[in-house]
Design a binder for this molecule. Structure first.
Ligand SMILES: [Zn+2]
Length: 73
């Protein structure tokens, strides 16, 4: 039987790997979801670019991801 601590450690290590991979993709301007290369110009505005730096989602993926919560001005 596994000790609960080992499970937690494993989960933390997995989370760390995912976090590192995401950071690496963001640094290389690659969308973490669709894998497409992005450019500064491919984002609608500064907010979308900042969102990419946090979530790693390109403009198209952001549109898809946030479309349910999008409120027109
Ligand atoms: Zn994408």
């Amino acid at each position: 039987m596994k000790k609960p601590d080992e499970d937690l450690q494993l989960q933390l290590e997995r989370a760390e790997v995912v976090r590192k991979m995401r950071k690496e993709k963001i640094n290389n301007f690659i969308c973490v979801l669709c894998g497409k290369r992005v450019t500064r110009e491919s984002f609608r505005d500064e907010d979308a670019l900042n969102e990419f730096k946090i979530s790693g989602l390109c403009q198209a993926c952001q549109d898809e991801y946030f479309k349910d919560t999008y409120i027109p001005e």
